[in-house]
Ligand binder design. Structure first.
Ligand code: SF4
Ligand code: SF4
Length: 464
């Protein structure tokens, strides 16, 4: 290879790969920071707390995959109840569309797990390594005891938090109390340990190191959220006509007389930005709408004595001085769909009967002639008691005159959340049984008449 070609290739690869510069977000105080802190505390409190809640003798929220049962606050969902899960997922997606169209990236700025855990990890970083300037100075300084203690303390806290997060996450899929006991005894199985380790590693890596890179390069939502925006969606924006031309000035000088705008070019909004962008360059896809730049700039405006809001929540129409519309077609469509799906979910949950019955006709014999000039068909019934209480069931059959259940099936005990198989034989006098008949089998709880399910089947007799 010629030296010229080699150097050209090196130059190309350098142009294609630029390592990301480390971002040291500046801590800011302000109203949006308070809201975000509140959201972080509430969401993390829910995540770490709900895993330990008990409900009717079960973990309140448990996705028990090995047993194929989901416990959701007193409701036990089975694989057959997939409809509810599908509805919940559709409602979550529609809510995301609705709130994005209404108020931009609210989810990213205040509720996304990446934001929430990154915020928590940054709090730890600030606590162990100090302010932005102190963190930058510490990184530049040579390794010494102070640096080892500060960096080591941060890593120890991060790893502990990440491990507890991984453990809690897996605790939503395996009962957390048993998981904790097994972990303490050192007898946690290979796969459980693997998942705890994997989720701990994901938390540690994403919140500790990748941070804004997840939002910029890995998150699919960042790519398509602009499709949900319109000219009346709330965005965080710099008021360029008011702020420009930017530039430093002495305190209490008349900026207008100097031909300057309100931006004093202090760069605090850039320093506060967790994704390292400059909002003054316009709306950028890297902006997660955390509003840290608003808080930073409002503090500056307070100090220099100009009105707040140089960076603020606004809309494109408001920026252009055009009328704003809250009710837009897409919002109406999203909210109608959201209402319909939520109504469907609530209705189906309220009318849900926690009993499932499968009827399987015995295919080995079309029919049997039995003593007493009767025609008999056999069936296998699978009774699934999805309730949290045990019940005793009876089986009834209708649809054909003088149809009866041979050896009446009564008081069949089925424990809570259990499945049993029952053999049922139905009989009809021979003169009634000729041909093919549609019949109905009803399984009903003897202690609760509303707990009943009807299943259709066929009764076969001799040809006419
Ligand atoms: S530009 Fe402002 S709102 Fe956007 S990510 Fe940066 S600090 Fe947050
Ligand atoms: S914080 Fe406000 S004043 Fe300072 S650079 Fe940013 S926009 Fe300008």
């Amino acid at each position: 290879m010629s030296p010229g070609l080699e150097s050209a290739q090196t130059a190309t690869s350098e142009a294609f790969y630029v390592s990301a510069a480390k971002i040291y977000p500046r801590e800011v105080q302000g109203r949006f920071n308070r809201i975000r802190r509140l959201a972080v505390v509430a969401l993390l409190g829910l995540f770490y707390g709900v895993a330990w809640l008990q409900w009717n003798g079960h973990q309140a929220l448990l996705f028990d995959l090995p047993a194929r049962k989901f416990y959701v606050f007193g409701l036990t969902l089975w694989p057959q109840d997939f409809l509810y899960l599908a509805l919940i997922l559709i409602i979550c997606a529609l809510s995301l569309f609705f709130f994005t169209a209404l108020a931009g990236r609210l989810w990213c700025g205040y509720a996304c797990p990446q934001t929430v855990w990154t915020e928590l990890f940054i709090w730890i970083e600030q606590w162990t390594e100090g302010s932005r300037a102190q963190r930058m100075k510490l990184d530049r300084s040579p390794w010494n005891l102070r640096k080892i203690v500060r960096k080591g303390g941060k890593q120890l806290l991060w790893i502990t938090l990440a491990a507890y997060t991984g453990f809690t996450f897996v605790g939503y899929f395996l009962p957390i109390r048993s998981l904790g006991a097994l972990l303490l005894l050192g007898s946690l199985g290979g796969w459980s340990l693997f998942w705890v380790f994997l989720y701990s590693l994901a938390t540690y890596g994403n919140a500790g190191f990748l941070r804004e890179q997840v939002c910029k390069y890995m998150c699919p939502y960042a790519r398509f959220q602009s499709a949900m925006f319109d000219h009346d969606t709330l965005i965080i924006s710099y008021d360029a006509p008011r702020g420009e031309p930017r530039g430093g000035r002495a305190r209490h000088t008349d900026a207008r007389a100097l031909g300057l705008g309100d931006c004093i070019d202090c760069t605090l909004c850039v320093q506060a930005c967790p994704t390292g962008i400059d909002i003054r360059q316009g709306l950028q896809y890297e902006c997660i709408a955390c509003a840290a730049c608003i808080d930073a700039c409002d503090q500056v405006m307070d100090k220099v004595g100009t009105p707040r809001g140089l960076i603020r929540y606004t809309t494109e129409h408001a920026q252009q001085g055009r009328p704003q519309r809250l009710l837009r077609p897409r919002l109406v469509v999203y909210s109608l769909l959201l209402l319909a799906m939520s109504g469907m979910l609530v209705f189906s949950l309220f009318t849900r009967v926690p009993l499932l019955v499968d009827v399987l006709r015995d295919r080995n014999a079309l029919y049997r002639e039995v003593h007493g000039d009767l025609i008999e068909n056999s069936y296998q019934l699978k009774i699934i008691n999805e309730d949290n209480l045990p019940h005793r069931f009876r089986v009834e059959a209708t649809g054909l005159e003088q149809l009866q259940v041979a050896e009446p099936l009564r008081a069949i005990p089925v424990a809570a959340g259990s499945v049993i198989n029952v053999a049922a034989r139905l009989q009809v006098p021979a003169e009634q049984a000729q041909g093919v008949h549609s019949i109905t089998l009803r399984v009903v709880a003897e202690d609760e008449a509303t707990l009943s399910v009807r299943e259709r089947s066929r009764f076969l007799g001799p040809e006419r």
